[in-house]
Design a protein around this ligand. Sequence first.
Ligand code: NAD
Length: 536
Amino acid sequence: MSKPTKVESISSKEGSITSPLRYTSIQDIPKGVDKLVASYHETHKMDSIQYRLNQIRNVYFAIKDNADLICEALEKDFYRSPSETKSLELGPLLNEIIHTMGSIYKWSKPEPVSDKTINVATQPVYIERIPLGVVLVISPFNYPLLLSVSAVVGALSGGNHVVLKQSESTPHFTQLLSDLLTDALDNDVFFAVNGAIPETTELLNQKFDKIMYTGNGMVGTIIAKKAAETLTPVILELGGKSPGFVFDINKKDLPTLAKRILWGKFTNAGQTCVAIDYLLVEESIKGPLVDELIKQAEVFFESPDHSSDITHIIHDRAYTNLVKTIKSTKGKIVSGGKTDDATRFIEPTIIDNVKFGDSTMRQELFGPVLPILTYSDLESTVKSVVKQHDTPLALYCFTSGKASRSTNPKIEYITKHIRSGGVVINDTLIHVALPNAPFGGVGMSGYGSYHGYFSYRSFTHERTFVEQAFWNDAILKSRYPPYNETKNTVIASAMVPHREWFGRSGDVQQPSIFFNIWNSVATLTSIGYTAVVNRI
Ligand code: NAD
């Protein structure tokens, strides 16, 4: 690793210490990126699927063999419980890597194109997915293992060379992961940059073939603007205020419901992009739900200020904002509320009787604070969500009624009117761990998606490949000048093999099977006719 450019003091679980993070020197950044660009063009190592697999295998074991060190680093950085690191980062990550390794050959097979035009009717046409080149991954502090390595593996699976810039807010972990990946990966293919804003700014002065940024929307805007200067495509994985609707709950489901809500909110001290930000609870069940949440919170967090299960807030700025938000709420704190400035600890806090204008409802909370709002009219509540915090990253509904959108009109109404990155009924967070479903936002929660095949697609270019021959010019002659009426007739019939099956008015139906058969026969006849006419 390069020499540090600065030595900072940080406050972590070990008290105030010198930051263990060795910042990459600004001069080394362009050199490091240039090296990856040059090796991309000169070596073509990553064209080989076998080479990609071997690189990803090295990442897998680097993580698996150092699981304890990873847990330890995150505990030092923000008191993260090793159990949370294992269940929310290590488990899903290793699972996704195995899934990717077992799928790359399948994903990288060219996809034949059907429905070909007359120009290539007899010839192979397919879609191949080629590497983009050198990509930059910028990752955040909150799930720094999963969010960094899942993106890096996705980019490697697509055959790219990768520069990784992690968050400076988890110094123990960031240094550890940079070292592990630098040792595990071919240094022609991977380069880790450690640092904060100046280092990221220097990185953004380099030309990449794609940038993936995960973090807050304000910085996302800076990244996207800078990338636009060089027409660099961007994936933005942002956050938002993800609501949880609660309706039609049976008494027997209350304890399970309360546990799932508390887990979805207070895991990682609420510093989860898909955490339930706030609850919207049907008026009739609010009382029993609040009682149950309080009861289960007592079981979860027996003596909160001494619990090693509770993660602390990442830095002073976030901690101060959250404390201010709690202090200025007009709602009623029914559980938690204690704070400790020295260790940036905030007790899991439940606030009842909250209204849309409350301090807790202005922006994404990203902390252990659960505001509870009550509603009686679903339609106007959904309208308020859309008006104030549209396009959240996640959308949750909890109900003892039917759990399916097709049989539960309330679920159908909510999910149809609120656009969100993902939807989960009767649980929280679990969709993020799916190794092969797209994870990403919409609107204000970002654009682009990844995980498994969706990472592979995001980090490759879909190239249409046509293998034309010379022998078939007989069918194609009518496209060449000099034009005449015969050629025009041929062009009209053969160049447009799809025929209309719909009228000018009425509902457009799908073509019938008989129409499709007739259309295929007519197309073949046109090709034959074309070949004959073009010979004359
Ligand atoms: P953070 O402070 O760790 O920052 C994220 C990255 O941005 C870091 O690498 C940091 O160095 C870099 N950065 C910060 N300021 C910068 C600047 N001015 N210019 C260039 N780079 C800069 O994390 P954060 O942004 O506080 O993360 C929390 C936010 O991220 C929340 O809104 C959360 O919802 C969102 N998030 C989204 C996802 C997702 O997958 N959609 C996942 C995690 C977090």
